[in-house]
Write a protein that binds this ligand. Structure first.
Ligand code: ZN
Length: 160
């Protein structure tokens, strides 16, 4: 079957800044499951999945406006060290995860003080044109429960 809205697509992907080396590569682990049409992934990637079938491998180039948006200047925020995970590497230039009301968010460490850390809250891939290498491993219909939740369940998806 072809991928359409409300399909669950299981994909391997790698993503690189266009012309650069991979920033993320799912092949170091398990493929991810995406419920298509529910903004589980950036719009440029979701649109590229529609109409694809199992076994297809393709590249897609996504501009910032269909990706992680533009970079904002003056996006430095000062946060207490306690909001960071204990194992986070707090060094300038490192990407770390913080907890926000909307869930986890990746930020880039800008400057580290005694009790506070200045971070750049732009998404690390904001403002970048990205090239994705996608391989479709599996396609199935989303269940009514998955569609109600807005995400895929099971392998590569939400476990709950
Ligand atoms: Zn769920």
């Amino acid at each position: 079957m072809k991928i359409d809205k409300n399909s669950v697509a299981r994909i391997h992907y790698s993503v690189a800044e266009t012309g650069g080396s991979a920033i993320e590569d799912s092949r170091i682990g398990e493929p991810i499951s995406v419920l298509v049409g529910h903004r589980n992934v950036i719009p440029g990637l979701e649109n590229a999945l529609i109409g694809r079938e199992v076994g297809e491998r393709f590249e897609v180039t996504v501009p910032p406006e269909e990706g992680y948006g533009p970079r904002h200047a003056n996006a430095i925020q000062r946060l207490p060290k306690k909001v960071f995970q204990k194992n986070a590497v707090l060094k300038p230039g490192e990407v770390v995860l913080i907890q926000t009301r909307e869930g986890q968010r990746a930020v880039v460490v800008h400057k580290v003080g005694m009790t506070v850390v200045d971070v750049d809250i732009n998404h690390p891939m904001a403002g970048k044109t990205l090239t994705f290498d996608i391989e479709v491993m599996d396609v199935r219909e989303g269940s009514a429960e998955e569609i109600a939740h807005g995400h895929a369940h099971g392998d590569g998806g939400h476990q709950h």
